[in-house]
Design a protein around this ligand. Structure first.
Ligand code: ATP
Length: 323
């Protein structure tokens, strides 16, 4: 196979892929003509997401096939990722409904998420999350991610933009599709001079920073542990209302994280237990990062009394919290 396929096979349980027969793939094949597309919800580099209808309200991610044609074996990779996607059934994961797999029409159909992303809550609306609420959100993320990992799926792009909050329920989107639908350095229309979309770097574990090269992002060594690192950043955003390394240029972030420097927590008003979770997730050595079941039990054990002390105050404004 291509280098891309070889990379994926290390992380995505693609050992199961050869056993998928064409019949079982057909079950998930949605004829493009059956889809109704309404307005554009948003556009990424490789795809555009539409509000659509297919037996009810859906989100349709239509891939820009021209953008894909520069890459090796895009259709195989796409089918592989769809095969991975369809194995997921969990409360906290977006519902995969099917895909259009006949080029040039490549699309992924999922349930339409209501509510807003954590990114919108935190960075645009500046909503404050109390410590209690942050813990509840983090527990649900850990549950969804723990499930994905148990199925052998690495998210590769866990970030607040890919986490919806629907009436208090967390829904994670965009998992396992990174290879086809995401970044390609050097083929960059958005982002900055290095081809890095704003806000992306702070989710990348040190080993990913060290592997960053121009035109190489498809081959980054993503793993379950790099997902845990990204979760740490989500946890930081929930608690602090901003990204780590805020305002620093990408060169500075890559240099620091690659050699093990972490965002300082000195100014963060939160309990030791809460900061410990951050430090564990951001551990320099990937082997020292906890897995999601471990994180879940740590989150469940956080002392409720302390959390409940000032429910009306967000954790980063609470002056009474220990540090
Ligand atoms: P990136 O390409 O860097 O991941 P992005 O997350 O904004 O950026 P997309 O994943 O293409 O790009 O999403 C485009 C828009 O569609 C986003 O605003 C996203 O919140 C929205 N969106 C994606 N999936 C769904 C869904 N299932 N339901 C509702 N909105 C969705």
């Amino acid at each position: 196979g291509t280098p891309l396929e070889r990379h994926d096979s290390r992380h995505d349980a693609s050992d199961r892929w050869p056993r998928q027969n064409s019949l079982s793939m057909k079950e998930w094949d949605i004829p493009y003509d059956e889809l109704k597309l309404f307005e554009v919800i948003g556009t990424g580099r490789f795809g555009t997401v539409y509000r659509g209808s297919w037996h009810g309200a859906v989100a349709v991610k239509l891939l820009h096939v021209n953008a894909l044609s520069d890459h090796t074996a895009p259709l195989d990779t796409f089918k592989h990722e769809v095969a991975t996607f369809r194995k997921t059934r969990h409360e906290n994961l977006v519902l995969f409904m099917g895909a259009c797999m006949k080029p040039p029409r490549l699309a992924i159909v999922t349930s339409l998420c209501k509510g807003m992303t954590l990114y919108t809550h935190i960075h645009l609306r500046k909503d404050k999350f109390t410590a209690n609420k942050s813990v509840i959100v983090a527990q649900q993320i850990s549950q969804g991610m723990g499930y994905l990992h148990a199925r052998g799926i690495v998210h590769k792009d866990l970030k607040t933009k890919n986490i919806f909050l629907e009436n208090g329920k967390v829904v994670i989107t965009d998992f396992g599709l990174f290879s086809v639908t995401k970044l390609c350095f050097g083929n960059n229309a958005r982002g900055d001079s290095l081809g890095i979309p704003p806000g992306w770097l702070c989710y990348l574990a040190p080993e990913l920073h060290r592997a960053l090269r121009p035109i190489a992002s498809l081959h980054l060594p993503f793993s379950k542990a790099t997902d845990v690192y990204a979760f740490g950043t989500v946890w930081y955003e929930l608690l602090c209302g901003e990204y780590p390394f805020k305002g620093q240029p990408p060169e500075a972030v890559i240099w620091q994280v690659g050699k093990g420097v972490k965002q300082s927590l000195n100014n963060m008003q939160a309990s030791r237990d809460i900061k410990d979770i951050l430090m564990l997730c951001w551990a320099y050595r990937s082997s020292e990062r906890p897995d999601f079941p471990h994180l879940l039990s740590t989150l469940e054990k956080l002392p409720r009394k302390r959390l409940a002390r000032s429910p009306s105050h967000p954790v980063h404004l609470s002056r009474s919290a220990d540090s």
